[in-house]
Design a protein around this ligand. Sequence first.
Ligand code: FAD
Length: 390
Amino acid sequence: MREQHFSPPVIVIGAGIVGASTASFLALAGTPVRLLDASTPASGATGAADGAVSVASKRPGPMMTMARAGAALYRELAEEGLFQGLFHRRPTFLVATSDAEAEVLSDHSKALAEVGAPVRWLTRDMVADRLALLSRKTVAVLEVEDEGHAIGYSIVSRLISAAGLKVERNSPVAALEYDGRSGLVSGVRVGDAVIEASAVVVAAGGGAGKLIGLPDVSRPRRGQQLVTERAPALNAGLPGSLLSCSYLLSKKHQGAQVDARGYGVVIDPLDTGQFLIGSTREEGRTIPENDIEAVAHLAASAADMVPALGRLRILRCFAGIRTAICDGLPMVGRMPGVDNLFVAAGFEGDGICLGPLTGRIVADLVRGEEPEVDVSPFDPGRFAGRSIAA
Ligand SMILES: Cc1cc2nc3c(=O)[nH]c(=O)nc-3n(C[C@H](O)[C@H](O)[C@H](O)COP(=O)(O)OP(=O)(O)OC[C@H]3O[C@@H](n4cnc5c(N)ncnc54)[C@H](O)[C@@H]3O)c2cc1C
């Protein structure tokens, strides 16, 4: 480990799950840190997410590998106490309703097994026993263990209070400031003021690209969701979340959607006895609002998968904006040519699962320590030629 001195403090921009995790792990390691947000903690995608901590839903490759480590960290922190009561461990069931979908699942199960995820096909008897609520149209079910669920804003709140941090709200960073001689980042501009920093972490979700001079690499993708009324008996009949094959496909074909609104169904039995049902993947949509067509489609698809859900009332709907990077991978790491500038953004639909792990990794990078996971596939240097600022 390199001896580091952090005066003035490190500045983390963005108090979503990624920035809050980074700032908290820095603070818990004794590094002075300030956490700034343009609005309030978890006011971006983090506050509008479902909360699946899931390897099952990831695309094969580095995201699946990283998710395995991300889910392991949730389990570890739940046992240690930091996430106690917030992380609910349970399996995910991937559901196919046609032979073609079963084939997709078969390929996916091999990729999951390769990263060591515990998977097993449920027999007809097992489905009847454990998932009796499922529609008779079900052709195949793959169970993935070691998964779980966590509400993003609760995790943010826990991290901030555990580290004794005070979020500097309503502090939109307009630009980064650089030292003309060294080329290092020297601070951030908020309104007319410049706040000095020994290092800066840009964890600003959809606002990150502009700050690091890469405004064109990220794109917004809206997700609409709904929550049903409480139905404890029904809820108890679902031992984990259900994920349709179309959801897997909508993630796999990011940017070239299988249908225009990227419909896919996830049914999450919540602790409250309600069901959270999501979601759409709407390319280029920046306004977090719902429309009747999408909500009706999601409700009908959920009832198609679990007919008993068709009897429940919808209590509320909400929407959030995911930030996706054009090549489908987030940016995590040091900015090329600027030793004290780091970025962690572009987690699309995976940031609740990957946020705490990313925060720990970026905190290690800032402190000059070797991170526990190889993040080279997410190196922001892959866009070096496209940089227009700094
Ligand atoms: C509908 C939906 C469902 C989802 N479901 C899941 C799921 O089941 N599992 C999962 O793992 N992930 C899920 N996600 C994805 C997850 O929510 C995101 O990947 C994650 O929250 C991203 O976190 P973040 O901290 O990078 O960004 P954000 O939460 O967007 O936080 C960025 C913060 O930066 C601040 N900011 C922006 N610009 C500036 C600036 N210039 N100065 C200061 N502050 C700034 C914003 O105010 C914001 O608070 C879902 C997302 C949506 C929308």
